[in-house]
Design a protein around this ligand. Sequence first.
Ligand code: BV8
Length: 246
Amino acid sequence: MEIDTGLVEVLQHARHVAVLTGAGVSAESGIPTFRDAQTGMWARFSPEDLASPEAFRRNPQLVWEWYAWRRELVAHAVPNPGHLALAELERHVPRITLITQNVDGLHQRAGSSAPIELHGNIGRVTCSVEGTVVDRWAASADDLPPRCPRCGAYLRPDVVWFGELLPAAALAAAWEAAQSCDLFLSVGTSGLVEPAASLPRLALQAGATVAVINLDVTTAARPPLYTINAPSGVLLPALLRAAWPG
Ligand code: BV8
């Protein structure tokens, strides 16, 4: 795969690379993206209808079951070459800040050391009242969602729903990285969800080179902005091989 030499050079000399990933990075691991039609029994729902406090208040069992279905999907997924290439980047660049909108934990499983999870992690469950993480709960098929062992309130997935605030420390770290990196890679995200969607623009305004890797862009090189239409699982390993052929 031919990659613009200008972009390769920026990567080779970068001191700090920030990466923002979206559902597209996990698509090649078999996890449907938000923009793909929901599959099977979830076909009639849109994520925005399920991933919100209102939806949970209206029908906590339905929302819990949707997340249980996704947790199962994630449990059987494995990191793909795109995740692995991002983890390998840490071996070549002095500072990497990996910011993800994904809640599937695949970056950690690929070996990335400290991904910033802007929207939480589906593998964690919290008490919907206390907000604290709950590791074990009494499984009960007929009373879903399960209840907090301490206060009896419903349990919920530890993710940020639409209309909820992002974790302040995670957002601040992502904001700082976007403004201090030399190169910002935006990979596999439709860039529709705020405030994550503002990060690439912030990086560009702060003087970084920005590369957008997606399936719904046209490949073009207008430094400091590069857009590359390619699957992340192919492009990211190719980008690393081009920068560090050895
Ligand atoms: C907030 C966790 C302050 C849950 C997610 C009105 C009222 C309230 C809020 C708002 C409002 N209007 C706007 C807002 C803000 C709102 C928002 O942005 N809404 C959008 C829909 C307009 N944001 C929020 O609510 C955020 N909080 O703003 O707080 C506030 C509070 C109250 C009132 C006002 C403001 C919270 C947002 C977090 C929501 N939680 N996830 C869960 O996962 O269940 S978002 C969820 O959807 C994902 O985490 C992700 O961020 C997003 C999906 O986006 P992508 O990851 O980009 O995935 P997508 O499917 O869209 O695109 C995939 C892309 O990959 C495509 O481009 C495709 O081409 C590409 N692709 C596919 N395959 C590949 C590929 N690319 C490369 N290779 C491939 N192989």
